[in-house]
Design a protein around this ligand. Structure first.
Ligand code: ZN
Length: 281
């Protein structure tokens, strides 16, 4: 039996538009259907942003709840992770959807420049979001865009703001943040092993770096993230037809490396998550 590899699908994000790729799911129905196809293709975890009907970014808790309810109905056991990213709201509103009790939520443990904005995460906001996640029994996924964020996460475990074992995502290839270089990922992984030996990790490569970062992750023993949020193309000349197509490609790559796409049960066990909540109508 090969080692399971958790495939995360980031279906929408806050940046890509229908004009970039018509397959980017925007409406609640599209998001549920796209997640379901990705689930059937091997994704065990969905990373979720929501949009308004016109495609603009939203942090509306009601919208998060509608999509989550559909996913729980159609994708038994799949891990649901809400984004608390800063493009759709600011300050405390970034955690307003957490009372919807997803399994996980993203948590960036520091600030960084993005292509056109500052991704601002003050110490007070990080601690408030972490506290809210603890209140609702949500496991954070630590988003690391910069080395300081990794050391901050380690300190937050040691001073009791966060609970271990951590699940960390290394993001590579965002303009103005860390570039997609294998030696950077290698160093991040070695630091994580030293600081938080029980942590699990995944890496995301943005745009054309998606597939090479997937490959490095498998070579270094990590999990996989793919999806239209990070990359809307299959290759230079071809738009990805769906999130499922990107997941299928990641699943093939995992098998080539002697791994298999984790089932939701396997993924929950690896991430030390509880049983999935019952689906509600
Ligand atoms: Zn995201």
């Amino acid at each position: 039996m090969s080692t399971p590899c958790i495939i995360t699908v980031a279906i929408t994000g806050s940046v890509p538009k229908k004009s970039d790729n018509p397959a980017v799911p925007i409406s609640v129905t599209e998001q549920i259907e796209s997640t379901h196809e990705a689930f059937e293709a091997g994704a065990a975890l969905v990373h979720l942003h929501v949009r308004n009907e016109d495609g603009s970014t939203s942090a509306d808790p009601k919208r998060f709840m509608e999509v989550q309810a559909g996913i729980r109905r159609h994708c038994p056991g799949m891990i649901v992770q809400f984004s608390t990213g800063g493009r759709s709201s600011s300050g405390d509103a970034r955690g307003a959807m957490l009372d919807g009790r997803p399994d996980m939520a993203s948590l960036a443990t520091g600030s960084v420049n993005f292509p056109t904005i500052v991704y601002e995460n003050s110490p007070a906001l990080i601690e408030a979001l972490a506290g809210r996640m603890r209140t609702f029994g949500i496991k954070p996924e630590i988003e690391v865009f910069d080395f300081a964020m990794l050391f901050n996460a380690d300190r937050y475990v040691r001073n009791g703001v966060l609970d271990g074992p951590l699940h960390v995502q290394f993001v590579l290839g965002v303009k103005n943040a860390l570039p997609a270089r294998r030696d950077i990922l290698e160093y991040q992984v070695s630091l994580l092993r030293e600081l938080q030996p029980t942590a699990t990790w995944v890496a995301a490569g943005i745009g054309r770096h998606q597939i090479e970062v997937n490959r490095w992750s498998l070579e270094l023993g990590g999990h996989l993230r793919t999806g239209l949020e990070d990359n809307v193309r299959l290759d230079k000349h071809t738009l990805a037809p769906s999130n499922a197509a990107l997941v299928a490609r990641a699943a093939d790559l995992a098998r080539e490396h002697g791994r298999h796409p984790a089932t939701p049960t396997e993924a929950r066990s690896i991430l030390k998550l509880g049983d999935p909540p019952a689906a509600t109508a």
